[in-house]
Ligand binder design. Structure first.
Ligand code: MG
Length: 387
């Protein structure tokens, strides 16, 4: 009798069969993965996507997300989002949507955790700066850079570069649909799992930027009353309890806004899945338009919110001042390395023998955190700092 109750390890094959039973037919199944560029034995008790998620979490680029920012620079305070906490919020929201739609939540998590790995320091300003500097040298784009990081730049294995992730995770990061070197042309669209991450990304940043914007004082709640979506939810929260403390009221409005939009997204996506009779992952990817989408009504309601964030926060004079400063000193760093590559660390310098120095310097600067870039600027430009 005792043998029957012995504890045992759940095998990968068992997880794969759970997927086949519980996921929707249009989900991506780990047992049907197109595999990795470099052959490796399967893991005994993790599916390929679970394993990819773990590889991403253990990567250098992932840890650096902690000191990279989007809107608020790291020294402005401990309250604000960094790219790491943004990434975790995206992963959380995307996971909720994926499970509700019976998509592969492990694949979604892996894509979500990797989706911002390619960002340089100082958010959009950093990206614009690198794009400008690289204009005649192959350009710069954070989505393509994320692929470069997982495919080439991470150094962790003796026999291949990069993390050797499964095709479906790499494909999920491939927003520009470039050829992935697998011998086949990319499908018209992202997988449903990758579409979920994309939408969760938007929902996450709109709302955490609202939160950070209000907390920092750059956005005022009075101004937000001009936005129908905000007004509607604010009234609802107020009528439920008019005496809520400011902080709690803000949080309640934002959580309700996220919930409303996530629910709308799930319902509209289900309508499309049924309407188009999507019966497999490749049916979904063959469609030119997105299947994971907001309803027309919600899409319209989101526009004034996005315009407001763009004008009042992303173009707030304090944000613009920081962004312009970042542009100036990232450009200065880039030019100094390029003029005298002997200042670069050994591993980076070694690449100069075979590669375009612009690309080598670009990868180096893009890999920096805000904090590292600031330190490096001080060391290289201030006469009394140790180099
Ligand atoms: Mg993002």
């Amino acid at each position: 009798m005792a043998g029957k109750f012995l504890a045992k390890v759940q095998t990968r094959q068992a997880f794969e069969s759970v997927e086949r039973r519980f996921l929707a037919p249009y989900a991506v199944f780990s047992s049907e993965s197109r595999g990795r560029v470099h052959r490796e034995a399967e893991h005994p008790y993790r599916t390929c996507f679970q394993r990819d998620r773990d590889r991403i979490v253990h990567s250098t680029a992932f840890r650096r997300l902690e000191y990279k920012t989007q809107v608020f620079v790291i020294h402005e305070g401990d309250y604000y989002r960094t790219r790491l906490t943004h990434t975790l919020e995206v992963s959380q929201i995307a996971g909720t949507i994926a499970r509700a739609l019976r998509l592969n939540a492990d694949l979604v998590e892996a894509i979500a955790l990797a989706h911002d790995l390619g960002h340089g320091p100082f958010g959009h300003s950093g990206e614009d700066t690198l794009r400008e500097l690289m204009r005649e040298h192959g350009g710069f784009d954070h989505n393509l850079q994320a692929l470069r990081i997982v495919d080439q730049l991470e150094e962790r294995y003796p026999s291949f570069p990069g993390l050797n992730l499964s095709f479906e995770v790499r494909e999920g990061l491939n927003k520009h649909r470039v050829a992935l070197g697998s011998g086949s042309k990319p499908m018209a669209n992202l997988s449903l799992e990758a579409q979920v991450v994309d939408m969760a990304d938007e929902i996450a940043y709109d709302h955490h930027d609202l939160d950070d914007g209000i907390t920092s004082g750059l956005l005022r709640e009075e101004e937000l009353k001009g936005i129908p979506l905000w007004r509607q939810v604010q009234r609802e929260v107020f009528s439920r309890d008019p005496r809520l403390r400011h902080e709690i009221r803000k949080y309640q409005i934002i959580r309700r806004l996220i919930d409303l939009q996530v629910t709308d997204l799930i319902e509209e996506s289900l309508r499309r899945l049924q309407g188009h009779r999507i019966g497999s992952a490749s049916d979904a990817q063959a469609r030119p338009e997105r299947v994971i989408a907001f309803s027309q009504k919600t899409k319209k309601l989101r526009i004034p919110l996005k315009i407001f964030l763009n004008e009042a926060l992303y173009h707030h004079h304090k944000v613009v001042r920081m962004a312009d400063k970042a542009r100036r000193f990232l450009t200065a760093l880039f030019e100094v390395y390029l003029a005298k590559p002997a200042q670069l660390p050994d591993t980076t310098r070694a690449r100069l023998k075979q590669e375009d120095p612009y690309r080598v310097v670009c990868d180096y600067v893009a890999g920096m955190t805000d904090r590292y870039a600031l330190d490096e600027y001080r060391k290289l430009f201030l006469p009394f700092e140790r180099p």
